[in-house]
Design a protein around this ligand. Sequence first.
Ligand code: C2E
Ligand code: MG
Ligand code: MG
Ligand code: MG
Length: 281
Amino acid sequence: SVKLSGKRNYRFYDAKYSDVLRARTQKEEELRYAIEHNQFVVHYQPRVDIFTGITSSMEALVRWAHPTKGLIGPNDFISLAEETGLILRLGELVIDLVCAQLAHWSNRGQELVPVSVNVSSRQFNETDVANIISSSLARHNIDPKHVEIELTESSMMGEAAADALASIQKIGIKILVDDFGTGYSSLSQLQKMDFDVLKVDQAFTSQLEASEEGTVFFKTIITMAHTLGMKVVAEGVENIEQVKILKDLKCDEIQGFYISKPLPPSEKQPILPRFFLPSTA
Ligand code: C2E
Ligand code: MG
Ligand code: MG
Ligand code: MG
């Protein structure tokens, strides 16, 4: 009967649902354990000036060094960390790993290139990021000019965002808008907020060669950003054709596999030699 099959279906989904839930709970426990036992490493991906080829900064990208599964990328655990609130501790851990690494490089007499750290929405909205970063900087004796933070547009929608951003900038830390173009900041918000850099999402970089429209879109962002006094970074640059177009559009900086993959930390800060970019003459 209808009633019986309805009931069977319900049981079927119920069993599946509890499997999913169990797996999730297990992963959450593993993640919690990993945070308590420092199973994380940070890789660094350079961002270079498109005209000089000089590395202007390096992005800190976290990886979970799982004892049996090897290195796990952030796409496999950041959203769970965000949903469970574990991101608050993980985020603090990443900031501290970065500051410790900068101190290590600096103690070896190296001239430092700034490192940009991704800050999640909850981390930004539920903790005092300015305070967390400045204590970590002080603990490792690092100048704030060596650190930048990356925030997405949607993280900064809250009422308190402007004040939080201002207190971060007051310390001397630059703010980059990550994945720009995928959220919904208004022009007035961009104007009000005094961001330093827009990182245009990879989705738009990949449209550059595909269509005239893609190029026009990028050009519009660059014009707007420059008008508002912001630099523009193209994310996910993978080939020389994209570099050529971006150079013509006067994009300021590029990041992506064409330049370098994220690199594990070595004894010296893995700064690239001055990168040679194609001339468009
Ligand atoms: P994101 O901040 O937009 O970082 C860029 C991502 O694109 C990185 O992936 C990077 O490895 C990848 N990428 C760079 N160049 C290219 C390219 O040319 N082609 C392609 N296909 N990909 C490229 P990753 O390391 O897997 O990180 C993914 C996301 O995880 C990051 O996106 C960021 O949102 C988040 N994430 C990473 N580290 C942290 C962290 O410490 N804290 C927080 N809250 N989030 C983080
Ligand atoms: Mg980022
Ligand atoms: Mg991004
Ligand atoms: Mg992204």
